[in-house]
Design a protein around this ligand. Structure first.
Ligand code: C2O
Ligand code: CU
Length: 466
């Protein structure tokens, strides 16, 4: 794997010194929030929806007065949103009109290995590939992004990300905000050259931080809301930026209703929230408590520096709504059912300049573990970084979602007690997770979702055996 200079890894910790000086200034709250369009099927037949998407280069206005060259699904950034229904399969043909290989991964998707976008399944320029998504899983906020090994950070930074939302009858019954009151927010950071083009990470080389926060591809937009409840689906689609603390207004409270893999059992009240790369959280914000004309900022602190993501501008209410007291039941996986226990140690190997799991960097020809289809396993994940170089890691599993059993021996926070497919570990932390290998045998990945870490080797292969 490519060498990984240590100074790039420490960029996270020196960011305060270098931030926001080189990108052209993006005025705060000057542009309205844009919601990515919902993709229409090319064909719907026999209970299946067929879609076509083309990955291509395009120009998009992101900063005022400049056009940014992007790589986009259907030429837009973020890509179009796909709305799926539980038990209604989707078949997508992805056409690659980019000047480079592409691989599309449905993050959080319970799909066959052949539709997972694995290394070895790259789509060459000018070619296409069909992905089949059975949608057997419950209502949840998933997303799709590029997964070409060593180029994941580079390709996704060019714009290859989009949302994939599954709904189901259990969710319908709750009367949660829908339509224009159900708003996805894809949070990313970018840096720009003076001509408005993205500054891009070097393929295979460490962490990447941007200076300008984007929500749905716009720099710190504003969003006009009515005095009522909204459902926001927040996705951190950044390459490395961990959004340690999302806050609303002056630390105002809001409710978490869902995580990566679906809704919680009941809303959880919080006034701040961490959201690491690839994690999703669904929240309900009640704007009826604010007077008309209020301006409330959604912010994140980045290593002590506030970063303004978006401003809500409160307008008059139209209509009524409520927050359900209960959401959906969650089957708790039992430790007593686990037949296999595994340990994973995640760290930078400074001598080799690689990011490793259990001392090994990614090799697409090696199978690291072989879980059995139908079995329950408990994994202990340890972020083995030192206090001197406290690098966080975000452990992500393809195919299976999991529940957090404990973090450093303590029960998980209520807002992370639901279904997850990504979990953050600060340096020194130990998290135990439990999962059941349900539907599909075959080859899948698990890796750190700080994309530069995955590119630098912090990724491994599991083969689920029938
Ligand atoms: Cu977002 Cu390998 O995943
Ligand atoms: Cu990592």
């Amino acid at each position: 794997a490519a060498a990984l200079p240590v100074e790039r890894l420490t960029s996270a910790f020196t960011r305060t010194a270098t931030a926001a000086v080189t990108s052209p200034a993006a005025p705060l709250f000057a542009t309205p929030l844009v919601v990515p369009p919902v993709l229409k099927p090319t064909l719907s037949i026999a209970g299946t929806d067929y879609y076509d998407m083309t990955m291509r280069t395009a120009q998009q206005q992101i900063l005022p007065g400049a056009k940014t060259p992007i790589w986009g699904y259907n030429g837009i950034f973020p890509g179009p949103t796909i709305r799926a229904r539980k038990n209604r399969p989707i078949v997508i043909r992805q056409h690659n009109k980019l000047p480079a290989d592409a691989a599309v991964h449905l993050h959080g998707g319970n799909v066959r290995s052949s539709s997972d976008g694995l290394p070895g399944q790259e789509i060459k320029p000018g070619k296409n590939r069909v992905y089949i998504y059975p949608n057997r899983q419950q209502a949840s906020t998933l997303w799709y992004h590029d997964h070409v090994h060593h180029h994941e950070a580079f390709n996704t930074t060019q714009g290859l990300t989009g949302l994939y939302l599954i709904t189901d009858p259990a969710e319908d019954r709750l009367g949660l905000p829908t339509g224009r009151y159900d708003v996805p927010m894809v949070i990313q950071d970018r840096s720009f050259n003076p001509d408005g083009s993205f500054r891009l990470p070097d393929p295979g080389k460490g962490e990447f931080f941007g200076e300008v926060p984007l929500v749905n591809g716009r720099p710190s937009p504003f969003f006009e809301v009515e005095q009522r409840r909204y459902r926001f689906r927040l996705l951190n689609a950044a390459s490395s930026d961990c959004l340690h603390e999302l806050t609303l207004g002056a630390g105002d409270s809001f409710h978490v209703i869902g995580t990566d893999g679906g809704l919680l059992t009941a809303p959880v009240q919080v006034n701040k929230l961490p959201l690491a790369p690839s994690e999703r959280v669904e929240v309900i914000v009640d704007f009826s408590k604010y007077p008309v004309g209020s301006q409330i900022v959604l912010a994140s602190s980045v290593f002590g520096l506030p970063m303004n993501l978006l401003r809500f501008d409160v307008k008059k209410a139209k209509g009524q709504d409520r927050l359900p007291g209960k959401l959906v039941p969650i089957e708790r996986l039992k430790e007593s059912k686990a037949t296999v226990h595994r340990d994973f140690q995640l760290n930078l190997d400074p001598a080799r300049g690689e990011m490793v799991i259990n001392g090994k960097s990614f090799d697409p020809d090696r199978i690291d573990i072989r879980p059995k289809l139908g079995s329950t396993e408990v994994w202990t994940i340890h972020n083995a970084e030192s206090a001197e170089l406290p690098i966080p890691h975000v452990f992500h599993t393809h195919l299976v979602r999991f529940q957090i059993l404990d973090r450093n021996g303590n029960a998980p926070a209520p807002f992370e007690s639901g279904w997850k497919d990504s979990v953050t570990l600060q340096a020194g932390e130990r998290v135990r997770i439990i999962m059941r290998f349900g539907d599909f045998p075959g080859r899948y990945l698990y890796h750190c979702h700080l994309l530069g870490h995955a590119d630098a080797g912090m990724m491994a292969t599991m083969f689920v055996t029938p």
